[in-house]
Design a protein around this ligand. Structure first.
Ligand code: SF4
Length: 323
C-alpha cells in the first residue's frame, strides 16, 4: 500500500492568458498590465499560452481604444474616438477560431474590463454615452460559449483568496477529467472519479454530490457518453460555488472519523481543536488539513489517501493558507 497521500500528476498544465497580463506591451497605449501573481508564481506551475485578440486581428500598437456600445440591444465593439469603426465581426471571428482550438488548455485567465477580454461586468455604453457594467468582451464571450467546461477567471478576481483557490481547484479537476475522457469513459472509471472527488464535492454541495452518486449507481442502460457530458457539466458547475468554513468543517470532521481507532485522546483533541479554530476563523484551512495529512500518512487509509480533497493542487501555491 502507498503510505503517502496520493500525489497529483506532475505534468505542467496549460492555461490561456490575456497577453498583457504576462507583461506583453500589447495594450492600446503601448503598455502592459503585468500581474505578478500570475507571471511570477503561477507561471512556475502552469504553461501559459498568451492571446491578444486585438493585435491578432491586425490592430496596431499603440491604437485607438475601443469600447462596447449598445445600439438598441445590438452590442457592438466600436472605436472610442471614431465610433464609426466597428471591430465586432473581426473580434468575434478570431474568438470563434481560437475557441475551437483550445483542447490543450485546462483554464483561461482574462484581463478584466476589456471590451475584448473581459469576462463580465465590462462597460457597455448607451448611444448617449451612459455606461452600464453588464457586458462581456467579444473574444472572451466566444471562448466561454464554445468551451463551457473550461474553468475561466479574471485577474482581478484572483486577488480574492477563495476565488483564487476555487479557480485553481477547477483547473486541476478539469485536467483529471480530460485524462479520464482520453483513457475512455466507462462506468468503473466514472465511479472511481466520483469517489476520489467525494470530499471535494461535499465541501461545495452535499446534495449535488449525493444526486450525482445516485445517478451513477443507476447507470445501466443509459448512454454513457451522454451521461458523462452531463455529469462533468454538473461537477464543474458545483465546483464554481464557494465552499465555506461550515462545509469544510463538516468534511474535516468526517475525515477525522476515519482515524477514530488510530489516534489517542490527545492527538484526536488536537485535530478537533484545529478544526474548530478553523471553523471560527482563527486558523486557515491549511492547519487542520496539514494535521490530517500527517495522521493519514502515519495511519494510511486506502479510501482517504486517494481523496483529492487532501491534495487538490501544489502546496507551494499556498492556496489554503489564506482561506
Ligand atoms: S486585454 Fe486582451 S485585447 Fe486588450 S491588450 Fe490585453 S490581451 Fe490584448
Amino acid at each position: 500500500m502507498n503510505n503517502e497521500i496520493e500525489l497529483m500528476s506532475n505534468h505542467k498544465i496549460a492555461i490561456g492568458v490575456s497577453a498583457c497580463l504576462l507583461g506583453a506591451k500589447v495594450r492600446f497605449d503601448g503598455g502592459h498590465k503585468r500581474n505578478s501573481y500570475i507571471d511570477d508564481l503561477l507561471s512556475e506551475h502552469f504553461d501559459f499560452v498568451s492571446y491578444c485578440p486585438e493585435v491578432a486581428i491586425g490592430m496596431t500598437i499603440p491604437r485607438e481604444p475601443i469600447r462596447l456600445v449598445n445600439f438598441s440591444g445590438d452590442i457592438r465593439v466600436r472605436g472610442s474616438r471614431n465610433p464609426d469603426v466597428d471591430y465586432s465581426e473581426q473580434l468575434s471571428a478570431y474568438g470563434n477560431k481560437v475557441a475551437g482550438s483550445l483542447q490543450h488548455l485546462r483554464g483561461f485567465i482574462f484581463k478584466k474590463d476589456s471590451p475584448s477580454c473581459g469576462m463580465e461586468r465590462v462597460k457597455v455604453y448607451a448611444e448617449n454615452g451612459h455606461p452600464e457594467r453588464n457586458g462581456t468582451g467579444f473574444f472572451a464571450s466566444e471562448i466561454m460559449k464554445q468551451n463551457p467546461l473550461l474553468p475561466v477567471e479574471e485577474e482581478g478576481r484572483l486577488n480574492d483568496h477563495v476565488l483564487r483557490e476555487n479557480f485553481i481547484n477547477r483547473v486541476f479537476v478539469y485536467d483529471r477529467w480530460i485524462e479520464l475522457a482520453q483513457s475512455g469513459i466507462s462506468k468503473s472509471n466514472l465511479l472511481d472519479f466520483h469517489t476520489r472527488h467525494k470530499y471535494l464535492l461535499l465541501a461545495h454541495n452535499q446534495q449535488v454530490y449525493r444526486n450525482l452518486g445516485r445517478k451513477l449507481a443507476a447507470l445501466d442502460g443509459v448512454n454513457i457518453d451522454e451521461f458523462a457530458q452531463q455529469y462533468i457539466a454538473d461537477v464543474m458547475a458545483v465546483l464554481k460555488q464557494r465552499a465555506n468554513r461550515k462545509t469544510h468543517v463538516n468534511v474535516l470532521q468526517h475525515l477525522l472519523g476515519f482515524l477514530r481507532s488510530c489516534l489517542d485522546g490527545d492527538d484526536r483533541a488536537e485535530v478537533l481543536n484545529a478544526i474548530k479554530a478553523y471553523g471560527k476563523g482563527e486558523y486557515p484551512l491549511i492547519v487542520p488539513i496539514t494535521l490530517l495529512r500527517h495522521h493519514f500518512r502515519r495511519n494510511p487509509h486506502h479510501f482517504v489517501n486517494r481523496q483529492v480533497y487532501l491534495n487538490p493542487h501544489p502546496g507551494e501555491l499556498m492556496l489554503r493558507n489564506n482561506i
